[in-house]
Design a protein around this ligand. Sequence first.
Ligand SMILES: [Zn+2]
Length: 340
Amino acid sequence: MGIEEFIAALPKAELHVHLVGAASLDTVLELSRRHSRTLVPKDRAELARYYEFTDFPHFINVYSAVNKLVTTPDDVRTMLLGLAHDLAANNVRYAEVTVSAIAHFPYGTGPEALSEALVDGRRRALAEHGVELAWIFDVPMPSDLREGYSTLEYVLDQRPEGTVGLGLAGLEAPYPRAGFKAAFQEARAAGLRSLPHAGETTGPEEIWAALEDLCAERIGHGVSAVDDDRLLKHLVETGIPLEVSLTSNVCTKAVASLAEHSLPRLLDAGVTVTLNTDDPGMFGTNLNREYLLAHEVFGLGRPELAELARNAARAAFCSEQTRSGLLKGIDAVERAAAEQ
Ligand SMILES: [Zn+2]
């Protein structure tokens, strides 16, 4: 079994993927043609150029423009079914999808309509593509505290089927994690998981804030943890997983190059790492490719790649049945590869 075949065969969980950023070029073209007044390109080559980011703030601007294409529940369903199709093609059986609920409200999809579209899309994703979807509702930065509470209010009020947690994404430096302490406290009291991004474009101090102030149960990115030995030790001791996205960090210029990515140092330190795509449509990647990069650039072999897949299954907030299905499937692929 070749390495690509091995990666494709691994049943996977994906824990860090944003609904709008995941939309493939085909899906975005469908929506930009559906809503002809948008500034988002309607031509494939132009759209690909539009997705060449100069830095993280530029990425956020482009993301906001594509987000405005989602104006009806049908647009939400189009994105969800496109995502489920792409996840299935990568043998992803379970995904926690980050949805920026409040970013859709000003453009025509209200709270009830969004929830209905999510529940309907979730049902169809399972029936038509065999992919189980769950939701993380994030406070997208730039936002303010009020919007942090609007997100929480939406989640507590609607809690669409499949809801697992509250997230915090986007620009980090101007919006210290600690400022959202009360909102996350309230979310946790209501049984939601704390799943913020931290240390993507900032140093270890924001990861500490996510852990101590927001009681994070996983860290989105967290790649700057390598700059703080005490933090690495803490992550190893607590087993709190990082959601690492290789291509994303290069595309948004969060790291200068793939070769300089902190993945190997995190693994050497013994941190629990999961691999994710973040925004696969915008970054031209998919989960199989991220595993392949870990092999090609950092020399991870079959046992290490299988362990990364196990980490994601263990770190997922899915049912025990889904988890054991994933873990058994990973074992079976390793056995089949060994017997060849
Ligand atoms: Zn993200």
